[in-house]
Design a protein around this ligand. Sequence first.
Ligand SMILES: Cc1cc2nc3c(=O)[nH]c(=O)nc-3n(C[C@H](O)[C@H](O)[C@H](O)COP(=O)(O)OP(=O)(O)OC[C@H]3O[C@@H](n4cnc5c(N)ncnc54)[C@H](O)[C@@H]3O)c2cc1C
Length: 442
Amino acid sequence: MKNITLIGGGLSGSLMAIFLAKRGFNVSIYERRPDPRKATTYQGKSINLALSNRGIAALKKVGLDEAVLKTAIPMSGRMMHNKQGELAYQPYGKEGQAINSVSRGGLNIRLLELADEHENISLHFGQRCLDLNADCSDAIFEDEQGNKTNVKSDIFIGSDGAFAASRLHLQLSQRFDYEQDFENYGYKELHIPPTASGEFAMDKNSLHIWPRGNFMMIALPNIDGSFTCTLFFPYEGEISFASIKDEPAAKAFFQEYFADVITLMPNYLHDYLNNPVGSLVTVKCFPWVYKNSLALIGDAAHAIVPFYGQGMNCSFEDCIVLDECIEKGGDDWVRIFENYQSLRKPNADAIAHLAQQNFVEMRDKVGDAAFLHRKHVEHDLVEHFGSMFKSQYELVTFSLEPYSFALAQGKINDIVLNEIISRNIPVTPGNKEIEEILLRNR
Ligand SMILES: Cc1cc2nc3c(=O)[nH]c(=O)nc-3n(C[C@H](O)[C@H](O)[C@H](O)COP(=O)(O)OP(=O)(O)OC[C@H]3O[C@@H](n4cnc5c(N)ncnc54)[C@H](O)[C@@H]3O)c2cc1C
């Protein structure tokens, strides 16, 4: 059986290792960080993540869905907080549909624990990949003491995230397309602890958003009763990380824009002034594979901005698709890899586009009356004409339809919504005018 080495044991690497082990391969994971099962604090980015149907489908395939969902908090809609502290709620989908707040560290540990139960998976922590050689048959790793090891493998899978070392060699080769697009925004995490009686300080089953035009803050619940807030903020400009950098400025800023929430955040000033600023990047590249020796998965192939909550979900879907290609491809790894990238690339591009688009929607439009009306109309269409109309959000988040289909359908939905809203047609059950518009725009 072939030896397969995963470079990076984060979310997609540890999940893919399990898929491969189930097929009987000899699998090794080389991860830069120390073993998170032994660490007291998780060293990765963003504390919690929204897990939705694609991610759940992948976890189900390795039998982890129920255990993960047991410790997740369902969020059935967005709760918008305006500057005056007034709330507006928008369900994400139909009754019973929700995205799930999960702990990134907890999920990674669960995946590594399951990986460790497989005799044919070996785990190597504290091993940073420096590069792959020209034909991707061996990789160089360096441990924390600076000792270097050459690792040979029949196949490498690059699962080492947005700034993948496994991709470096490809980046320097002929005819490799590479695009890296940093947002002018960074993000900073802040914390809302549980109340004195140990309760959630806000509705726990919502994803909270403070849309403020040029910037925004969101909050996702954690299982311990706290919320993790993420402030998405411009690096430069009149109101930005560059301009708000001392205590008086930060205090005045939060009092002006987030008055309703700072009463719930006793350490907001400390968090704002001390927590690191994370960057937001979209990475597109092609090809994702090199002959029969290397394939990139997850953020290493397609890092996207987090505004559709799909980066991990998309990465987990990569694992399903690669696994299915292995099943169909026998021992022909050139074909396996070619099929994998041709199935995934258009979908990764589609969700990258949708994620960038959704940032504008979340920070700028969700507080806008016309936008909220449009969302109500869309929701009524989903509710009363569900067999004929699916919202783009529903297709991306609650279905397994390709992302490229969701992108195309979103454009058709826009035509439908424009007509219904401009003609002021009531979206009532069985309304023939609505049916006619939907049929015409199929
Ligand atoms: C602020 C923020 C919020 C997000 N929210 C969501 C969300 O709600 N829902 C969602 O689906 N997605 C979300 N994402 C996206 C999600 O985090 C990523 O898509 C997901 O982590 C990709 O998994 P990955 O395993 O490919 O990469 P990563 O999670 O980045 O893992 C890569 C692993 O490789 C290791 N590594 C890196 N370099 C090397 C090296 N040279 N050698 C060896 N190992 C290496 C790293 O230590 C890490 O363990 C969010 C991202 C951000 C930044």
